[in-house]
Design a protein around this ligand. Sequence first.
Ligand code: URP
Ligand code: ZN
Ligand code: ZN
Ligand code: ZN
Length: 470
Amino acid sequence: MKKVIKNGTIVTASDTYEADILIEGEKIVAIGSNLPEAGAELIDAKGTYVFPGGIDPHTHLEMPFGGTVSKDDFETGTIAAAFGGTTTVIDFCLTNKGEPLKNPIAVWHNKSKDKAVIDYSFHLMISEITDDVLEQLPAVIEEEGITSFKVFMAYKNVFQADDETLFRTLVTAKELGALVMVHAENGDVIDYLIKKALDEGNTDPIYHALTRPPEVEGEATGRAAQLTGLADSQLYVVHVSCSQAVEKIAEARSKGVDVWGETCPQYLALDQSYLEKPNFEGAKYVWSPPLREKAHQADLWNALKSGSLQTLGSDQCSFDFKGQKDLGKGDFTKIPNGGPMIEDRLTILFSEGVKKGRISLNQFVDISSTRIAKLFGLFPQKGTIAVGTDADIVLFDPNVERVISADTHHMAVDYNAFEGMSVTGETVSVLSRGEFVIREKQFVGKLGRGKYLKRAKYGEVISNKEEISI
Ligand code: URP
Ligand code: ZN
Ligand code: ZN
Ligand code: ZN
């Protein structure tokens, strides 16, 4: 079945132009003026931008964490993602020390395969490096196409790995062609600050932020970057929230170290004062790293603009306010960490970024899709609009004004972190490999249609082994 998209403005990471797009099956087969309509379904994109589908490199769907499980799973989470203009998610597969890696990978396949409505892939958490783990990693890359490994430098006694594990992961990743991702906060110092706060009777949600100051993020980011340089490896710092971490990434990059940085919509649009909301509502805004003083936001935007930060992930990890976040009433350390972000990622970047002149339209596409595809081995199958690529396409109305609310969102949780925020721009229709998932703001997709994506090694193109410059 053919489809032709007409009358829209195509936007890629490098160009903005008017042209038709011809889709045959799952692929884009032609781009040009006045493409023939005969035998094709006509999609009128008048008044919209035609973007490559968003890629969310950072989700935690149905993840056990903090004594509960994140509420949005691969069904509700990917439906909400699609409503927001995202056509691919990469979720974190958690591992346990000593357990064969194929077990948690199988668990993640089972969580996702009958549910996902858009395409998806996995990163693999490295909890410790042993000879046994080292032996299994080549198969993880070759057979599963998992080419990014995540190390946590925080969450002491839960996920936190030591520096030996981080360093050996960096060395191994270089050898095998994988990208190392870090959650960069100094977990030992945080542990001390938390104990001190609790000893002093400070139990409210705001102490989540006060016990994880920006210095602990800056320090861990700098440490990870230095170790990357030493290993001559490659690093991607997830959820960068503060000026201190931005500085460390920029400094490493200026010295030629291969370090990349991701921020998230919550750090661009919300600030630490949200954790002080009365009636325990501050708990809605508890995630790690925490929200920062407002002054950090300008540095994050400038870093996206200048290229010191390159991507936007959602860090989707949603918990209901009632029944999950309230596990931490009377003790902020028991509030499950995470927020519902998968749906509003692109709107926040567009409305707060493009519309307010902080980034360009083409940067918007690069930050939300193209760069992510290149870093995580999905390019050019995903991440751009070009002949031969998957027809993952978003029609986006750049002028509609609306208010974000849990009353109208599609995530499974009982609140929205951006509740009441006025934004400009909305996803109208979404195609995933040539089929509508969202059509005129209605969900028309199918559970389980999303395909698991095996990814290319770091710096390689998905369809062949040619090198790309990233
Ligand atoms: O608080 C957060 N960010 N929850 C999800 C897990 C993580 O650290 O990314
Ligand atoms: Zn598999
Ligand atoms: Zn994290
Ligand atoms: Zn995360």
